[in-house]
Design a protein around this ligand. Structure first.
Ligand code: AQP
Length: 345
């Protein structure tokens, strides 16, 4: 099993990012070969500040290490350090349907929210994401539910590529998304019909990974619920369902267990207090480690550089085969392609 996932260096990471992605990266690094990428090129697709972008890459690298990523067990790198991602994006664009890109929910939502320029990069975002994963012939992609459509598209791209250029033997691996059963879509505390989000949410509805106890308690106390008292999940109780889901994810139990444990609670206040306690406990060790790691930019750069060197070896091999079967550049591989994935070790 080879695992790949990317995460954007865009602003402060929130509880949705932590539960839906970051925490799962930490467990997945023990389950197979794992590559995790800070996707700075994806962050260029909407308005951004260049100075802040560089800072945010270090913020995120420190956060991922504080959460428990171990550079001895996984490859952690910055997307722009491996130029093969951008080359493969262009090559894959030849087997990507324009109509499919137009149908992407994220493009529709983010392009509608852009005040000035809707960049071509925003439109091509899913092709770059496909290139990220396909360059490593990854088999498993841990993501939150919001990325389901993008992973389905990258599967279609890989299948179309293999049909068009594979000559009977697949060149690219067709990956599977790994969306968790609990915590796949953490919702905004102030508007539980929308996902908790970096760009689209409200400050009061978003809990940040590095936020202190006081702010976490305040935000959860003010979380939107409903006029009832019953602590059960239901489509009519989006706010309460979200709190149950957060508590289940934080305590690593099932939502059913949360409902059972909360059956005798007297109102939503008790649920909110239990969620606060669990979230504070879950995030505290990450927050404690973050401070020391963030100060060491040279060390963070060293970790990212060493990760990029390992990643490049794999991506380069895939690109050589892709170029070969596509008829791009001079012939490099005699006869048929050998699509044995290079190992990380
Ligand atoms: N609300 C969420 N619940 C569960 N998982 C989530 N993810 C994002 N939001 C939720 C997952 O986090 C990973 C990183 O996402 P990203 O690279 O898109 O980073 P981001 O910009 O911080 O994510 P947002 O908040 O989703 O940003 P915008 O505002 O751009 O939409 C992904 O695996 C994602 O599924």
């Amino acid at each position: 099993m080879r695992i790949f996932s990317g995460i954007q260096p865009t602003g402060a990471k929130h509880l949705g990012n932590y539960i839906g992605a970051i925490r799962r990266y930490v467990t997945s690094q023990r389950e197979g070969e794992a590559l995790y990428c800070i996707v700075d090129l994806h962050a260029l697709t909407v308005a951004y500040d260049p100075v802040q972008l560089r800072r945010s890459v270090y913020d995120l690298a420190a956060l991922l290490l504080a959460a428990g990523l171990d550079p001895e067990r996984c490859v952690l790198f910055r997307q722009s350090d491996v130029a093969e991602h951008t080359e493969l994006t262009w090559l894959l664009s030849s087997v990507t349907a324009f109509g499919d890109l137009q149908r992407m929910h994220q493009f529709k939502e983010k392009s509608a929210a852009q005040r000035e320029l809707v960049s071509a990069g925003l439109f091509l975002y899913p092709v770059l994401m496909a290139a990220d994963v396909l360059a490593y012939r990854a088999t498993d992609v841990p993501v939150g539910d919001d990325q389901r459509q993008h992973v389905e598209l990258m599967r279609d791209i890989a299948i179309r590529f293999n049909q068009r250029f594979g000559g009977g033997a697949p060149v690219l691996a067709v990956p599977e998304h790994r969306i968790p059963e609990v915590g796949a879509r953490i919702m905004d505390l102030q508007d539980p019909s929308r996902k908790m989000s970096t760009t689209g949410g409200s400050q009061e509805g978003t809990i940040y990974v590095l936020e202190g106890r006081e702010a976490i308690e305040r935000k959860l106390k003010r979380a939107v619920t409903d006029s009832g008292t019953e602590i059960v999940r239901s489509p009519q109780k989006a706010g309460v369902s979200n709190l149950i889901e957060i508590l289940a994810a934080a305590r690593q139990i099932s939502p059913e267990q949360v409902e059972e444990r909360m059956a005798s609670a007297r109102g939503y206040g008790e649920l909110k207090a239990a969620v606060s306690e669990a979230v504070v406990e879950m995030l505290a060790p990450v927050q404690q480690r973050y401070g020391a790691l963030r100060g060491e930019e040279a060390e963070l750069e060293r970790v990212l550089g060493s990760g990029a060197a390992k990643a490049r070896l794999i991506a380069r091999e895939t690109l050589a085969e892709v170029r070969e079967v596509m008829g791009v550049g001079p012939r490099t591989v005699a006869g048929t392609h050998s699509h044995q994935a290079r190992s990380l070790t």
